[in-house]
Design a protein around this ligand. Structure first.
Ligand code: ZN
Length: 134
């Protein structure tokens, strides 16, 4: 009797079994396997969008600098690169959130009447402003 009572008390306070713990760990690992790639993809998407917005800001500053200088094309600004000395609208040059660097180059026109801003990081690509070099 005493033994049965003691067994009953023990069964009331028992912890998790190894199988229960393994099932919980398995469920958690499945959830992590599903959510981690999605969250990493979301971070990469937001960095790409932020980088594109920064390239557009730089393109606006380049166009503004050309108009202010009264230059006929973007050759001087392309040669000057993305620096605070060349683009005086900036106190701080926007940076790529993924660590890429921005460069200026000739646009699709093949002469210096257009330009594009490129990011060196992965698939961040380029931003080309419209053909308004006249
Ligand atoms: Zn970038």
């Amino acid at each position: 009797m005493e033994r049965q009572l003691s067994k009953l008390k023990m069964s009331q306070y028992h912890g998790f079994t190894l199988i229960e713990l393994l099932v919980v760990i398995l469920i958690l690992s499945i959830l992590m396997a599903i959510s981690t790639p999605r969250s990493l993809q979301a971070v990469a998407d937001s960095q790409r969008k932020s980088c594109r917005a920064n390239m557009q800001t730089i393109a606006n500053a380049v166009q503004s600098a050309r108009v202010r200088a009264g230059a006929l094309d973007y050759s001087t600004l392309i040669a000057g690169g993305v620096t605070a000395t060349s683009l005086t609208d900036f106190q701080h040059i926007p940076v790529c959130p993924a660590g890429g660097t921005f460069t200026l180059s000739m646009g699709h026109s093949g002469d210096n009447s257009t330009f594009k801003v490129s990011c060196s990081y992965g698939d961040h690509g380029t931003f080309e402003a419209g053909e308004d070099a006249r």
